[in-house]
Design a binder for this molecule. Structure first.
Ligand SMILES: CCCCCCCC/C=C\C=C\CC(=O)SCCNC(=O)CCNC(=O)[C@H](O)C(C)(C)COP(=O)(O)OP(=O)(O)OC[C@H]1O[C@@H](n2cnc3c(N)ncnc32)[C@H](O)[C@@H]1OP(=O)(O)O
Length: 283
C-alpha cells in the first residue's frame, strides 16, 4: 500500500480501502484529490460544478481522511478545485424525494465525516476559496483554522432559508466557533456572511486577497499548528470539541431518525423542491 509520504510530490493518491458500503476506488478518487507536500497533504474537493456533498462525495472525503491518518499524515489543507466555490453544502437532491436506504446512508455518512474531521488528530486548515453555505461552512468549521479568499463569496449556515433546521451538532460546531449569541442570531436568520463579516465575528481567521497569497498563508498557518507538540495540540482541541463529539457519538441513531423523519415531511419536501427550482431557474 502506498503511503502519503512515499508517493511523488503532487501525485494524486489512490483510494485503497475497500468497504461494502463505500463507492468504488475510481469513483471516489475522481471527487477528491490528495496531494502530498512536505509533511502534510492538500485535500482538494473536485466535484464540479459546486462540490455539493452527495453520498459519494461525503464518502470520498471520509475515505481520504482514513487513508491520510493511516499513513501518519500530520496535517491537511482542505480546499476546492472548483473555481469560486468551496462547497455548496449538502447535495439537496439527496434529500429531495429520496429512497429510505439512500437517505439513511447519506446522513449516517455525514455523521461519520463530521466525527472524523472535527475530532481529527491531524492539524487541519480550511482554505475557503469560494462560497461555503451550510454543509460547506460546516466542513470549514471542522478545521482548526480558516483562511478565506476575500471577494464576493459568502459563508454561513443558511438552513432556515431552505425551511430546514441545522441539527444540534451543526449548532454545536457553530457555537464553538463564533459563540452563543452570534450563533443564535445567525442560525435563525440563516445568515450568509461576506469574508469581511465572517472575519469580524470569528467565523474565519484570516482573509487573503488572491490564491497565490492564499496558498502561502494556509501553508504558514498549518506549519504554525504543526510546530506544537502533536498530543498537546490535539488534547487541547478536544477540550473544546469533546462534548459535542460525545453527544453525537451517543445519539447517532436518534439523530438519524430525527433527520429522516424531518426530511420526509411534506413541508420540507415542498420547500426543497422549490429551492431546487429556484437554483435551476437562475441558469
Ligand atoms: C426538528 C429538528 C430536526 C433536525 C433535522 C435536521 C435537518 C437538517 C437537514 C439538512 C441540512 C442541510 C445543510 C445543507 O448543506 S443544505 C444545502 C445548502 N446549500 C445552499 O443553499 C447552496 C445552494 N447553492 C447556491 O447558493 C449556489 O449554487 C452557489 C453555491 C452560491 C454557487 O452559485 P453559482 O456558481 O451561480 O452556481 P449555480 O447556482 O448555477 O449552481 C450550479 C449547479 O449546481 C446546482 N447546485 C447548487 N447548489 C447545490 C446543492 N447544494 N445541492 C445540489 N445541487 C446544487 C445548481 O442547481 C446548478 O445545477 P444545474 O446546473 O443543473 O442548474
Amino acid at each position: 500500500m502506498m503511503s502519503v509520504t512515499s508517493i511523488a510530490r503532487n501525485k494524486v493518491l489512490p483510494f485503497l480501502r475497500k468497504s461494502t458500503k463505500m463507492q468504488s476506488t475510481a469513483s471516489l478518487s475522481s471527487l477528491v484529490k490528495l496531494e502530498e507536500k512536505q509533511g502534510y497533504a492538500v485535500v482538494s474537493m473536485q466535484k464540479t460544478p459546486v462540490n455539493s456533498l452527495s453520498l459519494e462525495m461525503i464518502q470520498a472525503l471520509s475515505q481520504s481522511l482514513i487513508e491520510l491518518e493511516k499513513n501518519k499524515c500530520k496535517g491537511i489543507i482542505l480546499t476546492s478545485a472548483c473555481p469560486g466555490i468551496f462547497s455548496a453544502g449538502l447535495d439537496i437532491r439527496e434529500m429531495y424525494q429520496p429512497t429510505d436506504d439512500r437517505l439513511n446512508q447519506f446522513w449516517s455518512s455525514l455523521q461519520t465525516l463530521w466525527l472524523q474531521l472535527y475530532g481529527s488528530k491531524m492539524a487541519t486548515v480550511a482554505l475557503i476559496n469560494g462560497h461555503a453555505p451550510a454543509g460547506g461552512c460546516l466542513l470549514a468549521m471542522c478545521c482548526d483554522s480558516r483562511i478565506m479568499l476575500n471577494g464576493k463569496s459568502k459563508i454561513g449556515l443558511n438552513e432556515t432559508k431552505l425551511g430546514i433546521v441545522a441539527p444540534s451538532w451543526f449548532k454545536d460546531t457553530f457555537v464553538n466557533t463564533i459563540g452563543v449569541r452570534q450563533s443564535e442570531r445567525a442560525l435563525q436568520l440563516g445568515s450568509l456572511f461576506s469574508p469581511e463579516e465572517a472575519l469580524k465575528i470569528g467565523l474565519v481567521d484570516k482573509l487573503v486577497p488572491d490564491m497565490e497569497t492564499a496558498t502561502a498563508v494556509a501553508e504558514a498557518e498549518l506549519k504554525e499548528f504543526l510546530q506544537i507538540p502533536g498530543m498537546a495540540r490535539y488534547l487541547s482541541k478536544m477540550k473544546i470539541r469533546e462534548a459535542a463529539i460525545k453527544d453525537l457519538s451517543e445519539t447517532r441513531e436518534a439523530d438519524l431518525n430525527q433527520f429522516v423523519n424531518f426530511a420526509k415531511t411534506d413541508a420540507v419536501q415542498k420547500g426543497l423542491g422549490l429551492y431546487l427550482q429556484s437554483l435551476a431557474k437562475k441558469n
